[in-house]
Ligand binder design. Structure first.
Ligand code: SF4
Length: 408
């Protein structure tokens, strides 16, 4: 962790400075339902405190983590109550450590969440996890879209996600060395509101597929293509019709595999999944064409009109993921892999939203934001599930635009 007093170069979304935790007014505290990690410095502070009542709580509820992967993150853990609630929350859901001892006694994870910081070359980049409801509202409900700004200020307590130095010799023959230009073009494609979002997603996939092909062959030709790619104009993209039966059968399988009702504890996610399976009769023996007709009906009746007014919610979600996850190198050095993961996320959000709108017979922006937040809290923080889907699609050799374009 860098010295917190020194100014450092930062690039952040402009929304970051407007984020403020709403504490006890939060409808879904981050201290409920998750592991709470304690870094080594904070862990030691807890056991040295002179406040005897707090020390006795620490002795009861803080323990050393034998599976620690980083002493700056999870040296210790909080023993959660049977209800999965953090024992340090008071009856108004305020943190007792914060109220009784001050912010400097919060662990790195507690004080940084929902912020996530990456170190890219000489810059720190901080954005927000949408698993926090207040962050989700701030990021998604901005019709102007996400903008970025540079500053030179001290960095607050943070936990580093990714560390990348694109100037290293190991990247001299890799597209990673062009990361900044590649990401800039990718975000410009997704923010180009002259085209519907699905078309922007297809353009992004085509763009990255071509970059991968060219980089396998000749990095100079890849750079030439990258540099000349016009993110303002991709109208020559071939049209492709989607296959709803394929999409619905995929989700029939994916929601089955998640084993929601036994392995997931988030009650809202379980409710959404029940709605999804009921809305499209996924548990019945009906023909897949009947199930897809139900999906199509809700898509046309509720989702598409909603999209006309609120497409920016989805755009903001995608741009936030791209920035937060070092896109398109989020998974591997193959750019299409980052795209595949982005598409898996998009498909989940859209599928669940179409089902939810079908069940509630109306579409609202607040419901859309809530759903994205719940999916982020459950899926993006799940240890293995999204990675499993990703590798499964790759094993089936579905990691190409021929396949993806019929799902979008
Ligand atoms: S989820 Fe967000 S708003 Fe709620 S308590 Fe946590 S940081 Fe604060």
């Amino acid at each position: 962790m860098s010295n917190l007093k020194n100014p450092v170069k930062q690039i952040n979304p402009t929304y970051l400075k407007d984020f403020k935790c709403i504490g006890g007014s939060c409808e879904d505290s981050c201290c409920i339902g998750w592991d709470v990690d304690i870094d080594r410095i904070t862990f030691r502070q807890y056991f040295r405190t002179k406040d005897s009542s707090m020390r006795s709580m620490f002795q009861s509820y803080i323990y050393k983590n034998e599976y620690c992967y980083s002493t700056e993150v999870d040296y210790g853990k909080v023993r959660m109550e049977a209800s999965k609630r953090c024992p340090f929350l008071d009856e108004n859901c305020y943190c007792k450590i914060f109220s009784n001892m001050g912010e400097e006694y919060l662990s790195n994870v507690c004080s940084s969440f929902p912020r996530v910081t990456n170190a890219i070359d000489d810059y720190y980049e901080t954005s927000l996890y949408l698993s926090c409801p207040e962050a989700a509202r701030l990021v998604l409900l901005n019709p102007e879209g996400i903008c970025f700004e540079e500053n030179n200020q001290p960095l607050n307590k943070h936990v580093l996600g990714s560390i990348v130095d694109t100037r290293l010799a190991e990247y001299s023959d890799s597209p990673v060395k062009f990361f900044h230009l590649i990401r800039k073009k990718c975000i410009s494609i997704i923010q180009n509101r002259n085209y519907p979002l699905t078309k922007r997603l297809k353009a992004l996939g085509n763009f990255l597929e071509i970059l991968d092909e060219k980089s396998d062959f000749d990095l100079a030709s890849m750079y030439n293509y990258l540099n000349n790619f016009d993110t303002d104009n991709f109208s020559d993209l071939p049209e492709a019709s989607s296959s709803l039966p394929l999409l619905v059968s995929l989700f029939q399988e994916w929601t089955n595999k998640l084993n929601t009702f036994s392995s997931i504890e988030n009650a809202q996610f379980i409710n959404y999944t029940k709605l999804v399976r009921e809305a499209f009769t996924l548990d019945s023996g009906e023909d897949i064409k009947v199930k897809s007709a139900l999906y199509e009906d809700s898509l046309q009746r509720y989702f598409e009109p909603f999209l006309e007014e609120y497409e920016y919610i989805f755009e903001n979600d995608l741009v936030n993921i791209m920035f937060k996850n070092v896109f398109p190198f989020s998974m591997t050095h193959r750019m299409f892999d980052g795209y595949l993961m982005l598409i898996i996320h998009f498909l989940w959000v859209r599928f669940y939203m179409v089902a939810f709108f079908s069940a509630s017979k109306e579409a609202s922006a607040s419901d859309a934001v809530k759903l994205i937040q719940v999916l982020a809290k459950t899926l993006d923080h799940h240890n293995t599930y999204m990675d499993d889907l990703f590798y499964e699609l790759k094993d089936c050799e579905y990691d190409n635009m021929e396949f993806i374009k019929v799902l979008i």
